[in-house]
Design a binder for this molecule. Structure first.
Ligand code: ZN
Length: 107
């Protein structure tokens, strides 16, 4: 099943579903060929990363810097998977159900 923010293109901010910290701007979202919402960047200081070997492969886990909520993973295949942005490369693969979208001009 498709996640709720995978094909979702309104302008606003994606916040942490747990603590409400603003994590990612909609302008950094791009359409990837994966089933998950994909972002090329995140708000400075809003997320933190750590190595994750849970599936027997080295991945980079992405967490909320404020509350530690697991958000998803960071990959470097953004360009391959659909980001046409000139600085493309990073792909934050974030789970819809840990995000809380706020439209621009909404608090
Ligand atoms: Zn949080």
């Amino acid at each position: 099943m498709e996640e709720k923010y995978t094909n979702f293109w309104q302008n606003g901010v994606y916040k942490c579903g747990k603590c409400g910290s603003p994590l990612i701007c909609s302008s950094d979202k791009f359409k990837s060929t994966t089933a998950w919402p994909s972002f090329r960047d995140a708000t400075a200081g809003a997320i933190k990363t750590r190595p994750d070997y849970s599936l027997g492969v080295a991945r980079t886990e992405v967490l909320c810097a404020k509350c530690g909520q697991h958000l998803g993973h960071l990959f470097d295949d953004g360009k391959i998977l659909g980001d046409s942005h000139s600085k493309a490369g990073n792909r934050y693969c974030i789970l819809s159900n840990v995000l809380d979208f706020k439209k621009k001009n909404e608090s």
